[in-house]
Design a protein around this ligand. Structure first.
Ligand code: SOE
Length: 391
């Protein structure tokens, strides 16, 4: 890719308008005023299958136009960047078509529903010479960036342990209805691809490549009732017993992992941990110290250093809200905390700057493929009930 000296806006097409579509839209709106990228995003078109719903989303999220056919959208001459926020089963088709049309591609995680599709996506963006990025937004929580700096500076010494847990509870109640995330054909996998993929990304970012895994997957609730359709919702008649649908993905995933640098670790993800809403936590222990992060307290990083005088040793909590901390200077004065949505703004800022510089941002589709390889190996290991090499 070549650097782009233009200061014209980067015209964005967003495919998908649910939770992630809203989070990305917010990021495009905030990034200009707070980060002043050299090329600001222009929120050109938002695309979804239902014309009425996507038009509502357009109005509330601030896009110029709405559309219902992503194929037309990704071919448009006036689009520079295609942002894929759909369920996993359409990532490959959209991203590959966008790359072939010469667009930069930003894609939600996991990159695809299979390693093969993830590989095809990477080949397409590399062939087209466009920028590509996967949205593992938690890398850009300032506290996670600080953790990365500490590790890179050697403050923890050689890393021995990574303990990543991503716990949620929204599927814990067996009466919670079926949704697309429970359908393997749409989502690829369950807690594994949806949230363990974030823990894997943080493990790769902070510690290094995962080489071997021993994993287990569990589905606690094998079938769930279908949500009422719009017609049934409006009906005055008493509801008949609901149609049940088989859950074809895991509710929980657990793995022991080995890293190339000799560290060992564990990764656990579940949607069945009552009380844990979005508990994306890691602890890393090195020869010289330890760090711990919890997304539910995302402005904080716990640190422990062996180099502290013995009588003062203990975990302390750094408020990562100083202007000198990564990204923070663009927001508020020290102590004026930031939240979940800011991690997307930081991610989008780095993506826009990379496009302007003609570089490939990280995590790129290369990371997406590496992540998918670990996910696939975890599935293989859960089946074989053995340690499996990541390949
Ligand atoms: C749902 O489990 C979800 O929205 C994930 O899809 C996101 O990637 C995660 O960050 C929060 O939870």
């Amino acid at each position: 890719m070549t650097p782009n000296s233009s200061t014209s806006p980067i015209n964005v097409a967003l495919i998908g308008y649910a939770f992630m579509g809203r989070a990305h839209s917010n990021a495009y709106r905030q990034v200009g005023p707070f980060f002043a990228p050299r090329r600001v995003p222009r929120m050109k078109v938002i695309c979804g299958r239902s014309g009425a719903d996507v038009e509502r989303a357009r109005k509330s999220l601030g896009w110029e136009e709405s559309a219902t056919d992503w194929r037309d959208v990704v071919r448009r001459k006036d689009i520079d960047l295609v942002d894929v926020c759909t369920p996993g089963d359409s990532h490959a088709d959209i991203a590959i078509a966008a790359a072939r049309a010469g667009k930069h591609v930003f894609c939600e995680k996991p990159l695809a529903n299979s390693l093969k599709d993830a590989g095809r996506m990477l080949a397409a963006v590399e062939k087209a010479g466009v920028a590509h990025m996967i949205c593992h937004n938690y890398r850009r929580a300032p506290a996670v960036m600080l953790a990365k700096q500490l590790i890179s500076d050697g403050a923890l010494g050689d890393i021995r342990h990574y303990r990543g847990t991503y716990l949620q509870d929204w599927m814990s109640d067996p009466a919670a209805p079926f949704n697309w995330r429970l359908d393997r054909a749409k989502a690829g996998s369950g807690a594994l691809g949806d949230i363990a993929s974030h823990s894997i990304d943080l493990a790769r970012f902070l510690v290094g490549e995962i080489t071997e895994v021993s994993a287990d997957l569990k589905t606690f609730v094998p079938a769930r009732s279908m949500p009422p359709t719009d017609a049934r919702r409006g009906s005055r008649r008493a509801p008949r017993s609901r149609e049940m649908r088989t859950v074809t993905v895991d509710d929980a995933a657990m793995a022991l992992v080995h890293f190339a640098n000799g560290a060992i670790g564990s990764i656990e993800a579940t949607r069945m941990a009552p009380g844990r809403k979005n508990y994306n936590r890691f602890e890393i222990n090195g020869r010289l110290g330890s760090i711990a992060f919890d997304l539910e307290r995302l402005n904080e990083l716990e640190v422990y250093f062996e180099s502290d005088p013995p009588h003062l040793r203990g975990f302390r909590t750094i408020m990562v809200t100083e202007g000198s901390h990564p990204f923070v200077g663009h927001w508020w004065p020290p102590g004026h905390i930031i939240g979940y949505e800011h991690t997307f703004v930081h991610t989008v800022y780095d993506l826009l700057e990379a496009i302007t510089n003609g570089t490939i941002p990280t995590p790129s589709f290369i990371d997406g493929v590496a992540n998918q390889r670990v996910l696939t190996t975890m599935e293989r290991s859960a089946k074989s009930r053995r340690w499996e090499v990541v390949k």
